[in-house]
Design a protein around this ligand. Sequence first.
Ligand code: AGP
Length: 606
Amino acid sequence: MCGIIGYVGSEEAAPLLLQSLKRLEYRGYDSAGIAIIRDGRLVRFRRAGKVRDLEDCVRSEETRSTIGIGHTRWATHGAPTDGNAHPHLDCSARLAVVHNGILENYLELRSRLADDGHTFASETDTEVLAHLIEERYRGDLLLAVRQAIAECSGAFAVAVLSEDTPDRIVVAKRGSPLVVALGETGAFVSSDVPALLGKASDVQFLLDDELAEIRSDRFRIVNLDGVEVERPAHRVSIDPVSIQKGGYKHFMLKEICEQPRSTGETIREKQAADGADLLIPSVEGMAACDAVYLVACGTAYHAALVAEYLWEEHLPIPLRAVIASEFRSRRIHVTPKTLVVAISQSGETIDTLMAVRRARESGARVLSLVNAERSAIDRESDAAVYTRAGIEIGVAATKTFTAQIAALGLVGLALAQERGTVPREAVREELRRLTLLPGRITEALRLEPTILELAERLHHARDVLFLARGVLFPIALEGALKLKEISYVHAEGYPAGEMKHGPIALIDEGTPVIMLVSHDVAREKTLSNMEEVKARRGCVVAVTDTPDDPTIRRLADHVLAVPTSSGISLPILFSIPLQLLAYHIAVCRGTDVDQPRNLAKTVTVE
Ligand code: AGP
């Protein structure tokens, strides 16, 4: 995790670095810092807390400088204190380093450097790098960084600033992402593209074991052997509106409300011009695969589980959603006839990336489904399908989840079509239904005032259960995850039929139990489970497309009616009220909705 930024040019560096760090805060937000060169001397400012705390500390200082590096941190080694905040310095305090990733051999390096007389001021792995570069430095910073990283193992994206070379920044990457770019006022390095919005539009994505030396009017990229690398730049265009709250109190609410558009665009792109056929990139050998693993983490894993249910309708082959970190460590049988589908909003999640590598090493074909084009998972897959959700800034994934379900649903149909296991008319019928989905999501969003009132009643709850069957079970899991991550309320999602095997013990008088009941998914059995909850005096919240059902009217304390649908639309429509409920409960509890404690949006450490 962590975000890094660097700038050298004609603008004042400190305000620019701080503004960019705010855009990178989704990567971590427990401490932040910058280093600049002012009147020929390296000066560092750093602070535990958010970038706005750092801004307060920088405001009162003299920061005239046109070169600097910055960092926003998600702590791995060492608590989030002022002293562990980046940048870290060498012994002479003439050189500063910011780092994203983990240096796995830092203990060994630290002890060797300490024996050689270096003194350490923090508990971080990063500081080792500052001393290692100091040790290697003989007047050529690029060479010193190159030699230093050759001794490091693990993942890193680093930016180095030295008062001995005050006209340049040296950067290097292995594992963690890094882009360099030239803009009108200077050159930049950043962990991602959105931080450069309005500053530069032609970017270069560094590859592993590449370094770059960045000056105000140029940069040059070299590999670990010092050989220069030439590659055409990528033009990126980002809608500036996507990184503003646009009148909403939180990004999360804005993103929830954007779902008619984000799912609509995701679906439209995968339909042929006549609207009746699918346009999905294919991986060689995909149609002949004999097993499919869907690998992902967190919310994306829940989308993978939804896909498992949707795909098994038409694909008579073994299908399995697996949490990416488990996929790596288990002895799951993967062969050249296995298709691995890697799902990730960021395309950077290290566990998912490692699962992709493990799959490819075993000869499997990998299809990725990402929101961030040209991300590592995208680049390392055999083919990619994109969700067109736009940038998601709230740490809690919302619009990217529903876009993943939409895209995965269509990928499953395309695969079944290639294998001849789904009738063409069924595909057309699904596509017809999906054209109605944006309107139906808009209808579901109208539940917000009712959900706000419900949240006001429920927000003191200690435990909340989410129960559902079939394709709605992963939606229950996702509802529980959303509530946990932004409101810090204990929540669990269970298959409704599993409740009596344990979780029913959690139900006490008034315990909120959110039950998802659809006309299309084991309705009768779910209603029996509702009876069981009511018999234990739980507070039943029915999320349903059959609100007039007499059993629901008799048993439910609260009813949230979603539009009736089936197929791919069904799990998407049931997600909307659960997102709104988590959001409003979190707001009632006064948590930091967009940046909940301990989390980071992109998890780039294992
Ligand atoms: C979602 O609300 C979470 N913050 C988290 O579970 C996330 O979905 C997970 O880390 C996977 O991220 P990715 O989609 O970028 O790979």
